[in-house]
Ligand binder design. Structure first.
Ligand SMILES: [Zn+2]
Length: 163
C-alpha cells in the first residue's frame, strides 16, 4: 500500500465510505485515467483542470502546514502520487527546475489508447503549475518537455515563472 495512505488511514485522515471518499477532510474522486484521452482538445483543457487540482491540493494542506515552503511542496507531491498521478521527483539542471515522473499512469494509458508519439501528461503539468503557483504565490507555468508516451524513458516537466 502507498505509505501515505497507510499513515492517513491510521490517523483517520483518509475515509473510504459508501457515500464518499475523503482525504484530510476533503471529498476526492477516483476515475479511470483512460477516460481523459478522448481527444486533443480535452488534453489541452486538462492542463487548466490540473491547475485547479493543484490549487485544491495546497488548499487542503494549508490546514496542516502553517507555512508554505519546500516541506509543503514535498508533501503535495506525495499527495499527487496518492491520487494516482505518478511519483514525482524534483531535480535541477542548468538553473532550470525540472520534475521527473518515472512511470506516468497517463503516459501508460495514452499508449494503450493509441496516443503514442504525443505528450500525454498535460493534466500532471497543470497540477504542478497549480501547486507551484499556490505555494510560492507567483504565476508558474509547467511544460512537459519529454514524455514516455513519445517513447522517452521518463516524463520530464519544466517549471517556469510567468513574466
Ligand atoms: Zn508524459
Amino acid at each position: 500500500m502507498h505509505p501515505l495512505a497507510k499513515k492517513l488511514l491510521l490517523i483517520r485522515q483518509m475515509e473510504i465510505e459508501e457515500k464518499c471518499f475523503r482525504i484530510m477532510g476533503k471529498n476526492v474522486g477516483i476515475f479511470p485515467i483512460a477516460s481523459i484521452f478522448i481527444n486533443d482538445e480535452i488534453l489541452r483543457k486538462n492542463y487548466e483542470f490540473g491547475k485547479a487540482i493543484g490549487k485544491e491540493i495546497i488548499d487542503l494542506l494549508e490546514k496542516f502546514y502553517p507555512q508554505k515552503n519546500e516541506k509543503m511542496l514535498e508533501f503535495s507531491f506525495n499527495l499527487v502520487s496518492l491520487f494516482g498521478f505518478g511519483k514525482a521527483k524534483i531535480f535541477n539542471r542548468e538553473k532550470k527546475v525540472l520534475i521527473e515522473v518515472e512511470d506516468s499512469p497517463l503516459a501508460q494509458e495514452a499508449v494503450k489508447k493509441g496516443y503514442r508519439g504525443k505528450k500525454a501528461c498535460s493534466l500532471i503539468a497543470g497540477i504542478f503549475a497549480g501547486i507551484y503557483s499556490s505555494i510560492f504565490e507567483k504565476v508558474y507555468e509547467v511544460q512537459e518537455v519529454s514524455c514516455k508516451a513519445e517513447g522517452n524513458p521518463k516524463c520530464i516537466f519544466e517549471v517556469f515563472e510567468k513574466e
